[in-house]
Design a protein around this ligand. Sequence first.
Ligand SMILES: NC(=O)c1ccc[n+]([C@@H]2O[C@H](COP(=O)([O-])OP(=O)(O)OC[C@H]3O[C@@H](n4cnc5c(N)ncnc54)[C@H](OP(=O)(O)O)[C@@H]3O)[C@@H](O)[C@H]2O)c1
Length: 259
Amino acid sequence: MKIVVIGGTGLIGSKLVTTLRNHGHEAVPASPESGVDTLTGKGLSEALTGASVVVDVSNSPTFEDAAVLEFFTTSTRNLLAAEAIAGVGHHVALSIVGTERLSDSGYYRAKLAQEQLIKQSTVPYSVIHATQFFEFATGIADAATVANTVRLAPVVFQPMAADDVANAIAGVAVGSPVNGTIEIAGPQQFRLDELVRRTLDARHDPRVVVTDPHATYFGAELSERTLVPGNDARLGETRFEDWLNHSLTGHYAGSGRDA
Ligand SMILES: NC(=O)c1ccc[n+]([C@@H]2O[C@H](COP(=O)([O-])OP(=O)(O)OC[C@H]3O[C@@H](n4cnc5c(N)ncnc54)[C@H](OP(=O)(O)O)[C@@H]3O)[C@@H](O)[C@H]2O)c1
């Protein structure tokens, strides 16, 4: 089965391409690096020829409100139009748990707009809502940093490893379209401020995480369960401590897995 991975050079995309190939599929990474630009449409029809499935795990190069909205709406429109012409039977897109609850955030508004375009299109689809990646904890800190201080709310947080995200997407991509949303998350719950503090401390990052219930998260105030999925979420296997140890040392403690 030919599966085109838009954003196939990114964090999730590169892992997804490897996973799909390991399962015997023809996974084709598509991004500006390989001559495919979903914003302009360049290279899109050639890349989609003969594809059964398109997985969109692309991301906007900048997170500024207007630019990110332009990225997700224009690229999704171009992609869906090209898929309809090419006869693609399944559009899979990676989005975020809580998009519908975070309308004060420009980034989340853009992701919601992306999802709405997918739902209005004629192409059968599956939207995957993932929680935050462990790998993104420092990105969360960076966005919340002023001088040496990182202000974060002590809300419930259930992040997951990028490897588990890629595995879950691969399973969805080779299945039938659900024409709805599937939630995926990590196996443990934390407090957002606590998890980021632990990540920064483990990396000897000198920044201080300050607990602030009113701290904004990418422009939006959070309530207790804004970032966590419902009870039906599919849970990844990787525990935070194992991932952190692996990311620091290259080894999974006690799991027997290779680095
Ligand atoms: N961070 C989180 O915790 C989190 C949680 C849930 C969901 N998500 C979602 O996960 C998705 C993937 O995130 P990621 O961290 O894996 O992204 P990433 O590492 O930043 O990779 C982004 C990818 O998008 C490609 N891209 C950029 N502009 C493009 C264009 N005009 N046309 C085609 N491809 C383009 C890039 O290609 P080049 O390498 O060629 O530039 C790259 O392959 C995002 O949609 C994000 O909203 C993230």
